[in-house]
Design a protein around this ligand. Structure first.
Ligand code: ZN
Length: 357
């Protein structure tokens, strides 16, 4: 088979080549994946900001709040990412259809008209779909949730977990608790890290970054978790309830010097306030100044999960794009259900054959 010739340097340098490449179908997939990845990452960054400024949630907040809010954020990000990927495919098709040899594309005008026809098309298609599949939604008491939304969220949650994402780590990092970037730690005692331990922490830090801010600066300190002053109050409490209280076990996490000094000043201030007040323990998670906002940091896991969610919209026909992939996802889900049923039945049959004499 003859290989297609590579584009010459002369052709690449002409604006004509670039405008042709821009409207080529191969560029559609790339644009759609990039749009999806950016939307997914931005939605999660917005969630981090909302948790920091409005909800008052950080990684040190006790209970399931960080994980629950994180999971809801991933669902929202998946939906936004899916819409962004579809709109990109739709608008590119729109632009291409009006592209001709002699016309220069006015991108902003084209995007505006794409948006209007996208909205109209979406409303029309959603109504037609609801008429066709009347039972394809979940009726809760106060709202109605289309199964398509649930499918998209499930795909997003699955992609996020498969890429190694953690829901609680979307919350802003507490300075006095395990931070959002914490992945690996080593056992510790109350003493400072030994040279051998520091070497290990440096290695972990270079891979995963400072556990609070994620920066991969060269030198790391071993951060005691829980911090020693927090452990002291924990111990005092345990002594109230137990005759022989179990000692607090520490772990070392790599932390950069900036976060370490920030943590030091937060804890010394809190310790002073604790001495003056009648309170029994720290309430550090209640103040947003005790958390680090990391929404502006590039997080590969978030963008990869977004790219995966956006990627599933590629490969559908024009009809699938118009339909928002509703029918396509429904068909795939039904096929998986059918395959699982068949696998279950054959599995049970085989098990019965083995058991029966
Ligand atoms: Zn740091």
């Amino acid at each position: 088979m003859k290989k297609p010739p590579l584009p010459s340097l002369e052709s690449i340098s002409s604006p004509r080549w670039w405008s042709d490449a821009f409207v080529s179908e191969q560029a559609d997939a790339l644009c759609s994946v990039v749009a999806g990845a950016v939307t997914f990452g931005s939605t999660l960054a917005f969630s981090t900001w909302t948790q920091w400024r409005i909800l008052g949630i950080q990684t040190g907040t006790p209970g399931p709040a960080p994980s629950v809010v994180g999971m809801a954020s991933v669902c929202l990000a998946s939906w936004a990412c899916h819409q962004a990927a579809l709109f990109t495919l739709f608008s590119r098709d729109h632009i291409r259809s009006s592209y001709s040899n002699n016309r220069v594309i006015d991108i902003s005008n084209q995007l505006r008209s794409s948006w209007t026809s996208w909205r109209q098309e979406q409303q029309r298609v959603a109504m037609a779909y609801d008429r066709r599949y009347r039972d394809d939604h979940v009726d809760a008491r106060y709202f109605r949730l289309p199964m398509h939304t649930i499918r998209v969220c499930a795909i997003g949650v699955l992609a996020f977990k498969l890429m190694g994402g953690r829901f609680w780590a979307i919350s802003p990092s507490s300075y006095a608790n395990i931070g959002s970037f914490a992945r690996q730690s080593i056992p510790a005692t109350e003493r400072y890290a030994t040279p051998a331990e520091r070497l290990k922490l440096d290695r972990i830090g270079r891979i995963w970054g400072c556990h609070t801010c994620g920066s991969r600066s060269r030198s790391f300190v071993g951060d005691h978790m829980p911090p020693k002053s927090v452990a002291e109050t924990m111990m005092k409490r345990r002594k109230l309830f137990f005759l022989k209280p179990k000692p607090v076990s520490f772990r070392f996490y790599p932390q950069c010097e900036r976060c370490s000094s920030q943590q030091g000043s937060i804890l010394s201030r809190a310790t002073q306030q604790l001495r003056l007040s009648r309170k029994k323990g720290f309430q550090l998670h209640k103040d947003r100044a005790n958390a680090y906002f990391h929404g502006h940091k590039f997080r590969l896991v978030h963008h990869l999960a977004g790219a995966a969610v956006a990627g599933i919209s590629i490969g559908g026909s024009n009809q699938d794009i118009m339909d928002g992939n509703r029918s396509r996802f429904r068909k795939i889900e039904k096929q998986i259900e059918k395959d699982l049923r068949v696998a279950w039945k054959t599995g049970v049959k085989r098990a019965l054959q083995l058991v029966s004499p």
